[in-house]
Design a protein around this ligand. Structure first.
Ligand code: SF4
Ligand code: SF4
Length: 137
């Protein structure tokens, strides 16, 4: 059976925001899987890099935002180097981290994050989020 996906219907506001922040289109990906084959961090990930894109294509951003994959991604750019479609997955991962830290707001307040979450989040993501959006209020 052939299933046709209407991109405009499945692309919700959060997926649009991921695309806007990362400056990447998730619909460029044709699921060859080369990114996941090249990624050195997949043993620690609960969702493969190409699956992150696939779920976003299908409008299943809840699954992506619940996965540990964007937090495990080390921005090493191996995936981008091998992608035949020029998709910069590291930027997509960074956008997902940033949107989670911002919680939909245009700023973050570190005091509102619980200790367990802060211990799990890579320092680089917190520092980058803080630089861009820290609330000192
Ligand atoms: S390498 Fe590129 S085209 Fe292939 S699955 Fe990964 S993101 Fe998609
Ligand atoms: S940038 Fe992230 S997703 Fe891409 S290969 Fe490196 S660790 Fe894996």
């Amino acid at each position: 059976m052939r299933v046709k996906i209407d991109n405009d219907k499945v692309r919700n506001d959060r997926i649009q925001k991921v695309e806007e922040v990362s400056d990447q289109s998730v619909y460029k990906c044709y699921q060859c899987g080369k990114c996941s084959a090249a990624c050195p961090a997949t043993p620690e990930m609960d969702m493969l890099p190409n699956q992150v894109i696939r779920y976003l294509q299908l409008g299943l951003d809840e699954k992506v935002f619940a996965a540990n994959t964007p937090w495990i991604c080390a921005s090493c750019l191996q995936c981008m180097a091998v992608c035949p479609k020029g998709v910069d997955l590291a930027r997509i991962m960074e956008a997902i981290r940033m949107l989670q830290l911002r919680k939909g707001e245009n700023e973050i307040e570190l005091r509102t994050f619980d200790k367990e979450y802060l211990e799990r989040a890579p320092q680089i993501a917190l520092i980058s989020g803080s630089r861009k959006f820290l609330s000192l209020a």
